[in-house]
Design a binder for this molecule. Structure first.
Ligand SMILES: [Cu+2]
Ligand SMILES: [Zn+2]
Length: 208
């Protein structure tokens, strides 16, 4: 069963890559709402491709983040390690167009990067809380926060989460979820998105 879901995730990734390559237009709308402005573009090809969540536990996981838009090159990766009841994420990003800016990074609910990242749907929020700043009041389990990029567009973040597991209960399992990089800054206040702008990067967390 484990292998079956891994295959499904793999197929989803390939489909997402194919969709990105065949994308011909892109809007730079700074809206992260669930507005359906792009929903018609690729939803047909992505139908049925959503990865099932991988529940067998793992010690480590990885995500490769790709640019979602043709006019924004960039990407990144992160490694996840389970340790001492927590999961540590080591993230690196490279988005040259975003040099000297901060970009918001979240875990989104669905492991689907189709439709320029909109297939990932909203912030992963298994505890049904408000959007916010990690560690302070209410926040989503996907609310990682902002990453400062340097003059070449490079940035990194090490993040320890006590709300995440690699496998197991869907309320904590991050395998098969999407990491989304936004063009703007998370204000930690606006509901439910943090007003973080459009989606410029996306990847699906996979067991190593
Ligand atoms: Cu987001
Ligand atoms: Zn959130």
């Amino acid at each position: 069963m484990k292998y079956f879901s891994t295959l499904l995730i793999g197929a989803g990734l390939l489909a997402a890559a194919a969709c990105n390559n065949s994308s011909t237009t892109s809007s730079t709308s700074d809206s992260d709402s669930m507005a359906q402005d792009h929903a018609s573009m690729q939803s047909d090809t992505m139908a049925g491709m959503e990865a099932s969540t991988d529940t067998a536990s793992a010690q480590s996981a990885h995500v490769d983040i790709s640019a979602t838009k043709q006019d924004t090159t960039g990407g990144g990766s992160a490694d996840f390690t389970a340790m001492n009841g927590k999961v540590q994420m080591k993230l690196t990003l490279l988005f040259p167009k975003m040099a000297n800016k901060s970009v918001a990074v979240h875990l989104h609910e669905h492991g689907d990067c189709g439709d320029m990242g909109k297939g990932a749907h909203g912030h992963w929020n298994p505890t049904n809380e408000k959007h916010g700043k990690w560690g302070s009041g209410e926040y989503h389990s996907g609310d990682i926060g902002n990453v400062q990029l340097d003059g070449s567009g490079k940035g990194s973040l090490t993040f320890d989460s006590d709300r995440w597991t690699l496998g197991g209960d869907a309320k904590t399992n991050i395998l098969g979820r999407a990491v989304i990089v936004h063009s703007g800054v998370d204000d930690y206040t606006t509901q439910p998105t943090g007003n973080a702008g459009s989606r410029i990067g996306c990847g699906v967390i996979m067991r190593k």
